[in-house]
Design a binder for this molecule. Structure first.
Ligand code: C5P
Length: 209
């Protein structure tokens, strides 16, 4: 059983994917972390994330980097969205994601192109979304809660701008842009809290299986 969970930044898809995986007892892969690790490795190499060759070289990041808290920062998210534009980077990360999806017991993967590129054969495809304002607010609250980046003082308006920029880059890139697969269930969580969102998702998945 493969469940594909796609959606824009701060849509809550990561939390939903983890909870689905725990519910069904299967492993979960947050594919954004792979792109974040590549972006971070470019920075470690003092390279340019917009240069395809330098971004490709950074795909040979050490696995331990995936556990580094720094990958959760806004800065790492921004770097990830820049390196993820390059087809050679996407190609380099493809096999690893595909292998995860194909493991015998099933898997949940979350990202931007799981239902369209990585696992077009997924049993259930979800596209989790919410308004820009509510996603920016959630991201801001999360930053304040976790004191990530040591930047609690970042104004909400800045986060909103970042969300809009990230959406534009993910939606408009040529290779594997962010979009719902034609057979995906689109779930808008703008007016739902976490619990309500998960309930709606679980109901959808159970009906679809
Ligand atoms: O999901 P997360 O915010 O961690 O993703 C960071 C960035 O990585 C996204 O903005 C997107 O550009 C890129 N990404 C992608 N394809 C995926 C997952 C993430 O292009 N499957």
């Amino acid at each position: 059983m493969i469940i594909a969970v796609d959606g824009p930044t701060a849509s809550g898809k990561g939390t939903i994917a983890k909870r689905l995986a725990a519910h069904f007892g299967v492993p979960c892969l947050d594919t954004g972390l792979l792109y974040r690790a590549v972006g971070r490795q470019v920075a470690i190499n003092e390279g340019d994330p917009d240069n395809p060759a330098e971004a490709l070289a950074a795909c040979a990041f050490p696995d331990e980097l995936l556990d580094d808290e720094v990958l959760r920062t806004e800065e790492s998210g921004g770097l990830a969205s820049r390196v993820s534009v390059h087809p050679e980077v996407r190609e380099a990360l493809f096999k690893r994601q595909r292998a995860f999806a194909e493991q015998p017991g099933g898997a949940v993967l979350d990202g931007r192109d799981i239902g369209t590129v990585i696992a077009p054969d997924a049993d259930v495809k979800l596209f989790i979304t919410a308004s820009v304002q509510s996603r920016a607010r959630r991201r801001w609250m999360e930053m304040v809660d976790k004191k990530l980046d040591h930047e609690e003082e970042i104004p909400l308006s800045e986060i909103e701008k970042d969300v809009v920029a990230r959406d534009a880059r993910d939606i408009n890139r040529k290779d594997a842009p962010l979009k719902a697969a034609p057979d995906a269930f689109v779930i808008d969580t703008t007016s739902l809290d976490r619990e309500q969102a998960f309930e709606m998702v679980l109901e959808t998945v159970e009906e679809a299986l």
